[in-house]
Write a protein that binds this ligand. Structure first.
Ligand code: SAM
Length: 246
């Protein structure tokens, strides 16, 4: 399967994704993140969530990211966050260092999830928390974009581990499963010209992974439907999978 080149899309990434305030609010409600807390964002990309979390908590926030292009954008965003080159299986910090480790929309890029959980466990303090923010296979099938680009569902179900697989692989590294929480499922939205524009910029990574003919056909259908006004749809939601290091 081809992979997404984040260096190439780093310059348009922030046109497509912004920090998710509701997600950060949810983290704050779940955890006691005081000024002394150490927090790691794995695969922080352009630092959207890392930046917001640092601003609202004043905790010690760190981000690691393998793409030089994404990392450079992150560094420009917030000089109070320590951004370093690294990946999920190579966390460049000492053992027992972090109170909270999270990753948003990254696990489907990680080639070896067992090594990732072993490395997260090494970097976490005892009683430290982990949150993996991702989508279940069911949520992938329900995405609004699948109406126009059906091939993106199979491409992404092949890339994304489903939730029970994530729980099993974390358990194999002795991380204790706490719970899953779901955000945004079935929330009504309207797809308008901005959606078409983002599709045309190929700001959604799965559009880089389907055949050109399917992409062209989907864009045409989307353009045709938008001639009659916005398209009513619903969000398929995100799943947060929570663990603790016993
Ligand atoms: C969809 S972006 C998400 C970025 C950021 N977490 C956010 O929510 O905006 C996926 C990110 O994962 C990074 N990535 C790819 N492979 C990775 C790996 N093995 N470990 C950690 N991050 C990885 C990519 O470079 C990219 O920045």
């Amino acid at each position: 399967m081809p992979t997404v080149n984040y260096n190439k899309i780093s310059h348009i990434y922030d046109d497509v994704r912004q920090a998710d305030i509701e997600l950060i609010t949810h983290f704050l409600a779940e955890l006691d993140l005081n000024d002394a807390a150490t927090i790691l964002d794995i695969g922080c990309g352009t630092g959207n969530h890392t930046d917001l979390l640092q601003k609202v908590t004043h905790s010690h926030v760190y981000g690691i990211e393998p793409s030089a292009g994404m990392l450079s954008r992150a560094r420009q965003k917030n000089r109070h966050v320590v951004f370093q080159s690294g990946d999920a299986a190579h966390i460049p910090f000492d053992d027992d260092y972090f109170d909270f480790v999270y990753m948003t929309d990254v696990i489907h890029h990680v080639p070896d999830i067992n090594s990732m959980f072993a490395e997260i466990k090494r970097g976490l303090k005892t009683n430290g928390n982990v949150c993996i923010v991702t989508q279940s296979h069911h949520q992938i099938e329900q995405r609004p974009i699948v109406q126009f680009f059906p091939g993106t569902a199979s491409v992404d179900k092949a890339r994304y581990p489903d939730i029970d697989q994530i729980v099993a692989q974390a358990a194999a590294q002795s991380l204790k499963f706490i719970k899953t929480t779901v955000l945004y499922e079935n929330q009504a939205i309207e797809l308008g010209p901005e959606f078409l524009e983002l599709v045309k910029k190929k700001g959604y990574s799965m559009l880089h992974l389907i055949a050109d003919e399917e992409y062209d056909e989907g864009v045409k259908r989307l353009e045709t439907e938008l001639r009659y006004g916005t398209i009513k749809s619903t969000l398929s939601g995100e799943t947060l999978v929570w663990f603790i290091k016993p």
